[in-house]
Ligand binder design. Structure first.
Ligand code: DAT
Ligand code: MG
Length: 134
């Protein structure tokens, strides 16, 4: 009963040359990468991806950051992929994330937190479509 989730290596982590380390961790955690793209979002594309947060005070800063450099978007597959990937990433705020999690290891701030992961089956399906629809 495998599941898919959408993962993103965000511009801060790409700029710090952490793509390899993060992908190594993904593979070690038993995920199969089933699709992958290196891309540079426009501001409008970042706004579309995070539209659920559009009323939030951090929306403008978040979408500026997400369009500030290259990202890696991936679909990850394994059993309980959604919750497992969120656990491997750690809490949104790197300072509050468990030791050993990706955000604790590599995140810089609540905004520049190295990676993204879908939070539920419906958002995972929507986010996978956002990047990988035909
Ligand atoms: P997550 O990425 O853990 O699912 P989220 O969906 O609540 O967190 O927020 C999406 C992104 O928005 C998050 O990765 C970083 C940014 N963000 C969230 N809360 C923030 C805040 N208080 N200040 C600045 N950026 C924030
Ligand atoms: Mg979220």
């Amino acid at each position: 009963m495998n599941e898919q989730t959408l993962a993103i290596i965000k511009p801060d982590a790409v700029k710090k040359n952490l793509i390899g380390k993060i992908i190594q961790r993904i593979e070690e955690e038993g995920f199969t990468i089933t699709a992958m793209k290196l891309l540079h979002l426009t501001k409008e594309e970042a706004q579309g991806f995070y539209v659920v947060h559009k009323e939030r005070p951090f929306y403008d800063g978040l979408t500026d950051f997400m369009s500030s450099g290259r990202i890696v978007a991936m679909t990850l597959e394994r059993e309980r992929a959604i919750s497992t990937w969120r656990k491997v990433m750690g809490a949104t705020d790197p300072a509050k994330a468990e030791p050993g999690t990706i955000r604790r290891l590599f995140g810089f701030s609540v905004e520049r937190n190295a990676t993204h992961g879908s939070d539920a089956p419906d958002t995972a399906a929507w986010e996978i479509d956002y990047f990988f629809k035909e």
